[in-house]
Ligand binder design. Structure first.
Ligand SMILES: [Zn+2]
Length: 383
């Protein structure tokens, strides 16, 4: 059985590599992935999948489905958004997070399974999830019920190590706006209410708070408006702060403390505070341990045999939200060949569509296909 599965993947591999290359060569930013999403939709249709596109009210999201039997409904989540700021003049988009590889991986798993109907007795669902790097469309898709009927979710990401226990921090992104009163900064400063001071005091409050947070937590941000002219007391000022922690529960407490810093600044300066979430809130990733054991076993069969424990540093991903509503497996696969290069760096553009990435693509697809067949056959694994 394994031989048949591996042969099927190997035969289709040139097509999967072509998907990785096409998306790599058409880097589009989040929510603008029109070429990439249409390309994936057109291709999966050729393999007999029924497609909804757009999906969940998001123009570059899609869902493609193929029923092969009455077993589990298994979803593979594609991503295909790129990042800005690469090239000599830092003005080019690039797939420095390797989402081209994720698109090819999940597409490859779905197409391979569709050719193995004698072995796979469930429903294959290929879901296109845009804008992971920005708003995190998966959060909206969770809210709109995209995963309500799904039994298991699979996704993998390229990284610097083979890591089966990646951490994705829960994250809140808050914009604080202060409204004061403008005045001549030299002639009538006593008539002004300084909104920039309120932003600075918020920032100072956060700096004091940082000593008293757990080591997993992170608070970072920028000032997005600090006034218009040096000789006017700024009547409007604004900052954006991102707050992260390993667990949503602690993050909720921490975010409240950050908001309290801004409240204190409002009280101290008299500049009126308002705030809002400027991006979706991400939940922490909860990896389903049974799925993890299953994929680990199958990665080893496919030739990825060495795994490293995470070193602690980590970002956030909207797949966290999915993992709170549906059994989810997510891991990182190394394609760096020992080079010290990390996602989002210019150097990662050399990794994301390399021969090594293609080799790992083939092995990872094999592991996902083996795992999906086992889940469809034995849904007890998900309990
Ligand atoms: Zn990424």
């Amino acid at each position: 059985m394994e031989k048949l599965i591996f042969n099927t993947v190997e035969k289709l591999l040139p097509e999967f590599e072509e998907v990785s290359t096409f998306i790599f060569e058409h880097p589009e930013l989040g929510d603008e992935e029109y070429i990439s999403s249409k390309y994936l939709v057109d291709k999966i249709k050729e393999h007999g999948f029924e497609v909804q596109y757009p999906y969940c009210g998001i123009e570059t999201a899609f869902r493609a489905e193929l029923k092969c039997g009455d077993g589990a409904k298994i979803a593979f989540l594609a991503e295909y958004d790129a990042l800005p700021g690469y090239g000599e003049n830092h003005d080019k988009n690039g797939h420095a997070c390797g989402h081209n590889w994720i698109a090819a991986l999940t597409y490859g798993a779905c197409v391979s399974l569709s050719k193995l109907k004698d072995l796979f007795k469930g429903t294959i669902v290929f879901i296109g999830t845009p804008a992971e790097e920005t708003v995190g469309a998966k959060c909206d898709m969770v809210d709109r019920g995209a995963f309500n009927d799904i039994d298991a979710v699979f996704q993998m990401h390229l990284g610097g190590i083979n890591n089966l226990e990646p951490v994705a921090l829960a994250m809140d992104s808050i914009e604080f706006s202060f409204e004061g009163v403008a005045a001549h900064a030299a002639a009538y400063p006593h008539l002004g209410v300084n909104a920039l001071d309120a932003v600075q005091l918020t920032y100072a409050g956060i700096n004091a708070l940082r000593q008293h947070i757990t080591p997993d937590a992170r608070i970072h941000g920028i000032i997005t408006n600090g006034g218009q002219a040096a000789n006017i007391v700024p009547h409007k000022a604004q900052c954006r702060i991102t707050i992260r922690a390993q667990k949503r529960e602690y993050l909720d407490t921490l975010t409240q403390k950050v908001i309290n810093c801004a409240r204190g600044a409002e009280l101290m300066t008299g500049a009126k505070l308002s705030y809002r979430n400027f991006e979706n809130s991400f939940d922490d990733l909860v990896n389903n341990q049974n799925l993890r054991k299953l994929v680990e076993k199958n990665l080893i069969k496919a030739g990825i045999t060495e795994f490293t424990k995470p070193n602690g540093s980590s970002g956030s991903s909207d797949i966290g939200n999915v993992s709170h509503v549906c059994p989810t497996f997510y891991c990182e696969i190394d394609a760096t060949k020992g080079k010290e290069v990390f996602v989002h760096e210019e150097g990662f553009l050399e990794v994301a569509n390399s021969d090594e990435a293609h080799d790992k693509l083939q092995k990872s697809i094999k592991a996902l296909v083996l795992s999906a067949i086992e889940v469809a056959e034995n849904p007890e694994i998900l309990k």
